[in-house]
Write a protein that binds this ligand. Structure first.
Ligand SMILES: [Zn+2]
Ligand SMILES: [Zn+2]
Length: 186
């Protein structure tokens, strides 16, 4: 059966989706091509992150969007509850695990178009510039010192009553982080 290599790559992917993994030998038999050809196809698929080559075969790559779910600053998994989102002018999106990393990332990026942060109490996304931040509360949910964000002053104060910390605007929170980085020499 004549296949173009593109066809075959698609079929190999389908095969892997069905079986989870396959040996080179198996693919050679299924597709009736040489092992050289299979190697070449797998190399191509591996390059675009679709499969992982294993000794003598291949498996479907781990969910390739995993990278979107880790913090662009520290690499920690991102939780929706403390998410900080940067939209760059070139359309790219960067996610941070919390306002601590998000604000650091924001001051490092030169082309931030918009930034958003999750309201810790309510879970919805608010504009980072308008959010109220609580710095250094007792609730260390993510990076330390903890910086959590709230959509309203009232919510931030409510949280502060329970967990302490200092209320800050975005500018003050950024300023605080910069001061901290200077003293730690990082
Ligand atoms: Zn982070
Ligand atoms: Zn964090």
């Amino acid at each position: 059966m004549p296949h173009t290599s593109l066809d075959r790559e698609k079929k190999i992917l389908e095969y892997l989706q069905e079986h989870g993994s396959a040996s080179i030998q198996e693919l050679v038999e299924v597709f009736g091509v040489s092992s050289m050809t299979i190697h070449r196809d797998l190399d191509k698929l591996a390059k675009v992150g679709q499969v992982q080559k294993k000794h003598g075969g291949a498996t479907l790559a781990e969910k390739s969007n995993a990278k979107d779910d880790t913090c662009a600053m520290c690499g920690k998994p991102v939780s929706e509850r403390t998410l900080f989102l940067l939209k760059l002018e070139n359309g790219e999106e960067k996610r941070a695990c919390c306002a601590h990393c998000g604000l650091m990332l924001q001051s490092r990026e030169s082309s931030v178009w918009q930034s958003f942060t999750a309201d810790y109490l309510r879970g919805h996304i608010v504009s980072a510039g308008q959010a109220v931040y609580v710095i250094g509360s007792d609730l260390n949910v993510c990076c330390v010192p903890s910086i959590l964000s709230f959509g309203s002053q009232a919510d931030a104060e409510k949280f502060q009553k329970g967990f302490g910390g200092t209320l800050a605007t975005m500018e003050q929170a950024v300023h605080y982080l910069h001061g901290m980085m200077r003293t730690s020499g990082a």
